[in-house]
Design a protein around this ligand. Structure first.
Ligand code: 5CA
Length: 440
């Protein structure tokens, strides 16, 4: 994208309404704008991050054998009366009446809808297990929307649901999802640790929350630093093999991690002092096993092989996709701006033309821009070099290619790594080779 033609309205001033760093940086880097309390428009640069996160979430859900579908945002009140949650959900639910006086709502979550869809579609016990997900906007009329996209009213969530014939199957689904989450967060370039959690309004017996450490987090969290060494992407684990899933789950849950609601000071005391980590956490995902809670209430049962009645065992699994954008920034920034992990940056590279109008600079930049495709932001504006550097640092592109008149005349560019601040003077081809995936 050419910056001269982009809608990336960066701000020099610090916006007064933003209390925390990710909200300030998202506004300053021109990623989002609030259009009503707790409701945001995603401008082009912000949307690119949301899409990169969604793509990784999608790949890892698919790899774990979860099927994608798309359910609507608007649901009927009658559906929620079936589970009994319509009257208990309270003010967080946005209730709507259509022109025929029919009661609708903007979905805060989808347990009821997916249960009805699967109930009405499967015919025999042989059709289970099933696991399904979608990436869809949700609405919760939060009493105090705050911290930008971290606690919005409208937000993007990946929510998955599993249906199994028995407890063993449901636990296997839960373990698979936990592994898929750990792999997802590792690929996103953010450390999110699964902590034993309360189940809240979703209900159920078993739950983990995934927390990203950041001083602005809403929960106090405690964990053993052994989590930091767990590499699950290279581990050879087969989602289809229950023994692999049991071994993984055993390994992950043996390491201590809990939010303050579930903190166990006796277990904590046994951890060596140099491995104790304590701080604030932002919840970026939560997984629940709740057995037959919804299937039972909504009349979903199947005849088993021996004719006995089976009530499917369920779980649900959420990732806060839009919240992750803010959480990643909370965990990865400096005084100059955002430092995007490579996998989720709106653009992997910023190309800074320090002297538009200079024939060598223009030729070199146009050439690099053409070679790169969609993942580069070309700063072709006639701004001061200092302003270009400051904006590139603010927006947090992992790499900057800096083209000045003296270098360009000699076929050289400067490459800057945003995270470390390292700079390299290189011939153009060598610089581009360094940016190719897999290159050193
Ligand atoms: N149905 C279950 C799992 S699919 C569910 O709704 N779980 S949840 O309530 O824990 O939400 C899932 C994730 O959505 C949370 O972990 C959090 O990351 C994100 N989330 C929840 N509320 C908000 C909000 N107001 N703003 C932004 N993200 C939110």
């Amino acid at each position: 994208m050419r910056l001269s033609r982009s809608l990336i309205p960066t701000l020099k001033e610090i916006p007064a309404e933003a209390q925390i760093v990710s909200h300030r940086l998202m506004l300053r880097a021109g990623m989002v704008r609030q259009t009503a309390s707790g409701i945001y428009a995603w401008l082009p640069a912000g949307l690119r991050v949301l899409q990169k996160i969604s793509a990784i979430v999608r790949q890892e859900q698919n790899a774990a054998g979860v099927q994608e579908l798309l359910m609507p945002t608007i649901q009927s009140a009658d559906l929620w009366r079936e589970s009994g949650r319509y009257d208990v959900y309270g003010k967080e639910m946005l209730r709507i009446t259509d022109r025929h006086e029919r009661e609708l709502l903007y979905g805060p979550t989808n347990e009821e809808m997916i249960t009805a869809l699967v109930r009405d579609s499967v015919k025999t016990y042989r059709d289970l297990p099933q696991s399904l997900y979608h990436i869809q906007w949700k609405f919760r009329d939060e009493g105090r929307p705050r911290f930008g996209v971290l606690r919005g009213r409208e937000f993007l969530m990946k929510d998955a649901y599993s249906f199994d014939l028995d407890y063993e199957g449901a636990v296997l689904s839960y373990r698979r999802m936990m592994l898929a989450y750990m792999r997802t967060f590792q690929r996103l370039g953010v450390r999110a640790i699964p902590m034993v959690a309360d189940t809240g309004p979703i209900g159920g017996d078993l739950s983990h929350e995934f927390h990203v450490l950041a001083p602005t987090g809403e929960s106090q969290v405690f964990y053993d630093s052994a989590f930091e060494d767990l590499d699950l992407n290279s581990a050879n684990l087969d989602y289809e093999n229950p023994d692999d899933m049991a071994a993984f789950f055993q390994r992950a849950t043996n390491i201590y991690a809990a939010t303050d609601e579930k903190h166990d000071s006796e277990a904590w005391a046994k951890i060596p002092a140099d491995r104790k980590r304590e701080g604030r956490g932002i919840e970026v995902g939560q997984i629940f096993y709740f057995g037959p809670k919804y299937s039972q209430a909504m009349g979903f049962s199947l005849a088993g092989p021996d004719g006995s009645k089976i009530i499917p065992e369920m779980g649900s699994y959420g990732i806060g996709v839009s919240r992750l954008v803010g959480a990643i920034i909370e965990a990865s920034h400096d005084d100059a701006g955002i430092i995007w992990p490579d996998a989720v940056a709106p653009f992997s590279v910023a190309l800074l033309n320090l002297k538009p109008g200079d024939a060598a600079c223009d030729a070199m930049c146009e050439d690099i821009y053409r070679q790169f495709g969609d993942d580069i932001l070309y700063d072709d504006r006639s701004e001061r070099a200092g302003a270009k550097f400051a904006e590139a640092d603010l927006m947090g592109h992992p790499w900057q290619i800096i083209v000045g008149p003296r270098g360009a005349a000699a076929g050289m560019v400067e490459l800057k790594r945003r995270a470390s601040g390292e700079r390299f003077e290189l011939p153009r081809a060598a610089a581009l080779a360094k940016l190719q995936p897999g290159a050193a």
